[in-house]
Write a protein that binds this ligand. Structure first.
Ligand SMILES: [Zn+2]
Length: 275
């Protein structure tokens, strides 16, 4: 019962957080984040009444169409909300930090180490989700997200029980350095911009939040998943010549989240395969 209640509240909290992430995705790129606090229909500009602002539920009730003008509501909204909800529930399961002990009366026990691990993972994944969707839509990663991660690194290192100063600092420097070197090499060879500075700054943030040890697996997973998706898109669109512009940010984010959530499992898998 305790577990069901914890998972349920984490899921609900995640749905609400996902709804906020949708606002970030919409408003961060054009700098209107603090302009209006009420939400407006992106198609016709009409004010959206509060009762149509419930995560997922509103989308289902409205059957995917705006009440004001009938414009199709993007699938991005409910999908981002559900993904964030499931993420919160999974992380609450992975890092259980609240326990109710029944002694003379019920007492709430908080494991602070686990609480910081939970908070670290939640914020990290949310920032990367927002950055990925913006990058997919507009091919940019707002500095407030990538450099925001870098700027928050000292706080993260101070609070996180498993992250060290040296590893984090080295993560920022190497993260930025490796991709900067790749971008520079590409420029020398092809005389065109292959990798954006958004990716350089994003990997610096990832290195800061996960430590330098994460950089190699993250870059490896990003490159492999990026190549698989890139080749699939090429086959799907039958465009074998010229260039298909595919942002690299979402793949870096994918690698970073997979590493954060499953690095123990991946290591055990390697060991069990005798590597
Ligand atoms: Zn409308």
């Amino acid at each position: 019962m305790n577990l069901v209640a914890a998972l349920g509240s984490a899921l609900l909290l995640g749905l609400v957080a996902g709804s906020f992430l949708n606002v970030c995705i919409l408003r961060l790129p054009d700098g209107t984040f603090f302009k209006n606090t009420r939400s407006h229909c992106p198609a016709c500009g009409a004010l959206i009444p509060w009762y149509f602002n419930f995560p997922v539920l509103s989308f289902l009730v409205l059957r995917g169409r705006a009440r004001c003008c009938g414009a199709r509501i993007s699938w991005q909204y409910p999908v981002a909300e559900v993904v964030t909800g499931l993420l919160f529930a999974y992380l609450a399961l992975r890092f259980p930090f609240i326990d109710v002990v029944h002694g003379a009366g019920p007492t709430i026990m908080v494991d602070y180490g686990q609480a910081w691990r939970f908070l670290h993972a939640v914020i990290f994944c949310c920032v990367l989700l927002v950055a990925s969707i913006i990058d997919l839509r507009l091919m940019i990663i707002p500095d407030v997200l990538s450099l925001g991660l870098v700027a928050m690194t000292p706080i993260v290192v101070a609070l996180h029980p498993d992250l060290g100063w040296r590893s984090s600092l080295l993560g920022i420097v190497l993260g930025a350095g490796i991709l900067y070197a790749v971008a520079w090499a590409y420029w020398l060879l092809r005389h065109e911009v292959g990798m954006g500075f958004g990716d350089v700054k994003l990997l610096a943030g990832i290195g800061g939040w996960l430590g330098y040890e994460a950089l190699f697996p993250v870059i490896l997973m990003a490159s492999v998943s990026g190549s698989v998706v890139g080749i699939s898109v090429m086959i799907w669109t039958r465009k074998f010549h010229g260039k298909t512009a595919l942002p690299f940010g979402p793949f870096l984010a994918f690698g970073a989240v997979v590493h954060l959530l499953f690095n123990q499992e991946i290591r055990e898998l390697w060991i069990s395969m005798g590597l």
